[in-house]
Design a protein around this ligand. Sequence first.
Ligand SMILES: [Ca+2]
Ligand SMILES: [Ca+2]
Length: 272
Amino acid sequence: MKKMLFPILLSALLVCSAIPTFAYSQNASYGSVPQISGELDVDGVMDDAYNYGLKLKINRVLGGELAAQGDAYYVYSDNYLYIYTVVTDSTDCHVDDEVWNADCVEMLFDWDDSNSAVQYRVNSDNVSSGDGDGGIRDFSGASVRTDAGYNVEFRIALDGAAKDSNIGLMMMVTDLYTDGSVDQNNIMLASSLNEGGPWAAETYDYLTLGDVADIPVEVEETAPAAEEAPASDDTAAPSVTAAQTSDASLVSAALLALSAAGAFVFAKKKSR
Ligand SMILES: [Ca+2]
Ligand SMILES: [Ca+2]
């Protein structure tokens, strides 16, 4: 049996070592994205689940100055990657009906490490669109304005990507502003290389789909669990009562036994 075990272990090691590592030779993981159960509403409102997600800064200025920036939060479910971005932008600017001709957040994915990016964007007017050679996956986006700027929420289909998958990514906050004429700054996700424009997919770092999020209280799905709580209380109550009854019965039985013993002793004394 032991003679068989070694070749089996050796084969397993060879198979493991043969699994290709991610081909981004000079890039790195942004970090581990926690998994959530259930799905979130894509409504521009920050769900509590995001507080337990991977958090990244969008603050690398691509020319211009750092007048706008974002904090991006990432979680994923069985089917979707969710990204929520809190944008600080004090210059509300909208030029025309093109999505990108307004303050907006853009996401660029290199899903298969082919150095070919697919782009999704949502602007501060709550309009979204997508482009790319690799095909646009099922996605939806929403934004809401805030006192500091606007917040954007994305949901993008994982199409089979699961735990331990790596996903090449760049994000960009496009800040339009008026300075005599309309101009813009582009602020990128800070990465290990911190170089390259939005379409330079070879410079992207990657997200790694990680373990289940450690969320102490349920966020969206937990409503059913909360409803189940009284049921468990109901079931707990009888068991406590039963235990008390049981204890009481034991005590009663013990008292009866003592009293019977006492009666026996008394009877013995009396018989003398
Ligand atoms: Ca939401
Ligand atoms: Ca702006």
